[in-house]
Design a protein around this ligand. Structure first.
Ligand code: ADP
Ligand code: MG
Length: 265
């Protein structure tokens, strides 16, 4: 429809001139960016560039000091992660925030268990929980020995997968991951990246912060580089390359001579 009318599609999520101050520190200095439905956006930037702060604003943990968020073209204000979640925006936390001493299936629905409401309490339906967890993990092609396994007995990659399954258990539209592969053994990284691709197949838009160019170029459609609290550069991945993106992280643009030189030799 948008092609017929000639208008660009309305982004799923958009930030306009978002600023965030922590006392005298300017963490975000006017960031504008958008995320399209079903797209995987990689976010890169040096330590302190403002990546985590921006994600915390998108997921309702922080309020912007200035600027605006729009969801499906409409201005939104998130006062808490609960507000963002009800819009369909979920964050997968770096520390996973799972309960190690509980089984996989309970972690997926922790605090949001399916069941019947009774006099203000929810009577948790364990069979239903287990069945729903099994179906959900199957859908995401996450393989575990048993959904009754305790999370503390899982590998880092499996835990990350459970955290992602938890974030997507209730019709998430956007899933935000802050360094999802940073703590993983190399052989587990691929599985988490494949899981990101599976989320995309299910129409979920994903934002991934990563320092690893391999992650970005494997799992993402587009990349945005934050530099000192601003959107320094962004591109479809097919229109850029690792050297250029690394340059953006360092706050430099347009070193095409170097790239041409690299290609010759
Ligand atoms: N809760 C906070 N209180 C004070 N300063 C913060 C807080 N969170 C982040 N900052 C500062 O904001 C800037 C951006 O941080 P952050 O968003 O964590 O960057 P990144 O994730 O890109 O490394 C840094 O200077 C950081 O020290
Ligand atoms: Mg960070």
């Amino acid at each position: 429809m948008s092609e017929v009318s000639g208008k660009p599609p309305v982004p799923l999520l958009e930030a306009r001139n978002v600023k965030k101050y922590f006392g005298a520190i300017t963490a975000l200095d006017g960031v504008s960016f958008h995320l399209n439905a079903g797209e995987a956006l990689g976010v890169v930037g040096d330590n302190g560039a403002g990546k985590s702060t921006l994600m915390k604003i998108l997921s309702g943990l922080y309020k912007p000091s200035e600027g605006q968020l729009l969801f499906e073209g409409k201005p939104v204000k998130f006062d808490s992660p609960r507000d963002a979640r009800s819009a369909g925006i979920e964050m997968v936390y770096q520390d996973f925030a799972l309960a190690g001493n509980m089984p996989i299936y309970e972690n997926i629905y922790l605090g949001r268990e399916p069941g019947r409401k009774f006099a203000g309490f929810t009577l948790i339906d364990r069979d239903l929980s287990r069945q729903m967890a099994t179906d959900h993990l199957d859908k995401l092609k996450i393989h575990v020995k048993s959904i009754d396994q305790l999370v503390e007995n899982l590998s880092g990659g499996q835990r990350q997968a459970v955290a992602i399954a938890r974030a997507t258990a209730f019709d998430a539209r956007v899933v935000i991951m802050d360094e999802p592969t940073a703590a993983l053994a190399i052989k587990e990284v691929g599985k988490v990246l494949d899981l990101i691709r599976t989320l995309k197949e299910h129409g979920v838009a994903v934002i991934i912060i990563s320092h690893r160019m391999d992650d970005i170029f494997y799992a993402c459609d587009r990349v945005m580089a934050l530099y000192q609290g601003t959107n320094f550069a962004e591109s479809q991945l097919g229109d850029t390359n690792r050297n250029e993106v690394i340059g953006w992280i360092m706050g430099t643009k347009g070193h095409t001579d170097t790239l041409a030189h690299d290609k010759v030799h």
